[in-house]
Design a protein around this ligand. Sequence first.
Ligand code: MG
Length: 347
Amino acid sequence: MIKKYRYVLKLVDPFGISRITRTEEVRIYIQLDGGWGEAAPVSYYGEDEFTVHEALEALEKADLGDLDLVEQIMDHAETVIVKNRAAKAALNMALYDRFSKNLGLPLWKFFGRAPTKPLVTSFTIGIDSLDVMLEKTDRAANYDILKIKLGRDVEHDIAVMREIRKRVGEKKILRVDANAGWTLDEARRIIPVLADLGVEYIEQPLPMGAIEELRRLKKECPLPIFLDEDIHTSRDIPPVVGAADGINIKLMKSGGLTEARRMVATARACGLQIMLGCMIESSLGITAAAHLAPSVDHIDLDAHLLIANDPFVGVETKPSGELILPTEPGLGVRVQENAFRQFEQLT
Ligand code: MG
């Protein structure tokens, strides 16, 4: 029996990327035999709360069998519902939470890797007017790494990055995410400027599917290129070898941790670097992903820091952005009582 709940996440600030600006997000939470899961439907992939609900109902009708057999259940889920990765991610999270609780281990231990260096997440500055972005940058002064959203207008992007670098000084690590917002010519124009400003890497500079242009860009690009919108599951990885330096894994794209771990293995086999990202997710989804953080190169798990009414408590986040993995069995998340009272149970 999968218990399903609807909850509206309110964002601290309006959050803008190249395509859209949002102030709140509907999330579906599930409980399955003691395990918790979160679905953050992605409108870009045609998902919303209703598609998630339908997919979960279809999964419920299918016989999932022995709930310990997580990989087998996920194979079965692939045959029951097509795509619907947010719903699959919620199912997978709940199965792993339940399984590792029963095992008596935090999930990262079952996965077999402890952090060998501090797990520091970037903190994201959404797209806005120059003044608002600078004000957000000032408020984020405590974070060691900032990720700046660009990609609506290349002239604005250049002005923003020059001002932000002035504001934060030389030492702060800056990353950039264009969210598929530049043409090849625009990327060629801005990237040398970003390199001069000491940006660490750029994420998804070109539109989805522009792999040949990416190959050309990569040959002349002084900065590492990571792909996000172009990469959903492990099968998307081999075709981008030579077109990028790394990939961005997110549970809501992969359909959960099982496939995310396959992506880690595939990226390593292909000689690519890995960043671990998120959609707008509460501490539940963020903590689930954090259990994989010891296996990746760069961490971008900050969405819980952008939410004003996070219903879960999970991974501890220090003011610098350092994540401290839970030590209790399972995912190590618990629902906040006052938020749980606002959960709308779905039937
Ligand atoms: Mg991205």
